[in-house]
Ligand binder design. Structure first.
Ligand code: FAD
Length: 355
């Protein structure tokens, strides 16, 4: 499809086993619900709205399967005691959503019109949809360093998630890049597995909060490399070393390591709803417990509204909740009796106005 750069995952490199497009039945002029995003939150919303006979339409975005599809191995998703690869898990979720009637469009949303219902959705391929409800599940992306070797070795020692991958580095030596709260939290978590963790920070002091700083500085497994940036990551089939440049002196050095964990920020995929849906100061959508955004009828789930937990299981749970609430919203829309129209919008507006 024009302008689309599809990513079927780096881990297994295999094509999805299921049909990726299942749109043979004619679509209604106004869809019941459009799900935006094909990560765990999107697929789980598809499974639930599909099983509720809502005939959902899911628009995948450029990364089919979402972040999990670039994960080598997932060991912490319940139900799979042996673990499975990220692409496998993503394919299973897709197959299950399609089995229950989720139509899949491989396309990218460029614009939404929130003056609804029905809401308008425009895509990169020039399609224009209308839907009575939207579930936004566009996720987030870890900010990359953008250095040589980073992309090639992602899943082979380069990671953006200690909770996910730390377990694979028992008895190893690691590098953590960053100096904020996330970097230190993850470095501390990694001390459970790795024997030595070197935190590489571009400045001479940390940005992280005092308690975390104290804990990290007093941990014998953590060492700090100040005034330094990673300029490349090397290794044949897995990470073997990083090249460092001292930001004060310009000196270049090489550091042997088994893995590189990168925490230089996390970016919500929020481009097309800027100024249309309420966001927090970091750009994540603000939702209430029922996954409702600031516009009635538009729900959000997964990492686009959650920068705290950032797991497959939590994103799936939020996708399920958004789907169940969407079903309720649509059922009540007909007679405009949906209590949410007035009950939650004022407190949410007051909350949003604090930012
Ligand atoms: C390297 C790595 C390893 C990980 N390992 C684990 C693990 O072992 N266990 C675990 O629990 N979690 C792991 N995680 C975290 C987990 O992958 C995420 O928490 C989860 O994928 C978030 O799901 P999501 O559906 O909210 O969003 P995402 O997975 O980010 O998916 C977002 C989707 O939205 C789509 N999209 C974006 N913009 C648009 C648009 N404009 N139009 C249409 N679609 C759009 C994208 O194409 C994508 O399909 C890992 C993450 C990474 C990066």
């Amino acid at each position: 499809m024009d302008g689309l750069n599809l990513n079927f995952g780096l881990g297994g490199g295999s094509e999805p086993e299921v049909e990726t497009v299942l749109n043979d039945a004619p679509r209604p002029e106004v869809e019941n619900v459009i799900i935006i995003g094909s990560g765990p939150a999107g697929w789980s919303a598809g499974i639930y709205t599909g099983r509720a006979n809502l005939r959902p339409l899911l628009i995948t975005g450029n990364e089919l399967g979402g972040q999990v599809a670039i994960t080598n191995e997932v060991e912490n998703y319940p139900g799979f005691p042996e673990g499975l690869t990220g692409p496998e898990l993503a394919e299973k979720m897709q197959a299950q959503a399609q089995k229950f009637g989720t139509a899949v469009e491989i396309d990218y949303v460029t614009e939404i019109d929130v003056a609804g219902p029905p809401f308008g959705v425009k895509t990169a391929s020039g399609k224009h949809y209308r839907a009575n409800a939207l579930i936004v599940a566009t996720g987030a992306s870890p900010r990359k360093l953008g250095v040589p070797g980073e992309e090639r070795l992602t899943g082979r020692g380069v990671s953006y998630c200690a909770t996910c991958d730390g377990f694979f580095f028992r008895g190893k030596e690691l590098v953590v890049v960053g100096g904020g709260d996330s970097a230190l939290e993850e470095a501390l978590f990694l001390t459970r597995f790795a024997t030595k963790i070197r935190v590489i920070h571009r400045r001479a002091q940390l940005r992280a909060g005092a308690t975390l700083k104290r804990r990290a500085e007093s941990n014998p497994r953590i060492e700090f490399v100040w005034n330094s940036v990673v300029t490349r990551i090397d290794g044949e089939n897995k990470v073997e070393s990083v090249t460092l440049k001292n930001t004060a002196t310009g000196a270049v050095s090489e550091l042997r390591t088994d893995g590189v964990f990168i925490y230089v920020g996390h970016l919500p995929n929020n481009q097309f709803f800027q100024g249309k849906l309420a966001m927090d100061e970091l750009g994540y959508l603000i939702t209430d417990k029922l996954m409702r955004t600031s516009v009635p009828g538009i729900f959000a789930a997964g990492e686009i509204q959650d920068h705290r937990f950032r797991q497959v299981a939590t994103s799936v749970g939020q996708g399920v909740a958004a789907a169940m609430e969407t079903e309720k919203y649509l059922a009540e829309l007909e007679d405009r009796a949906y209590p949410g129209h007035t009950a939650y919008i004022e407190p949410l507006r007051r909350f949003v106005s604090r930012f």
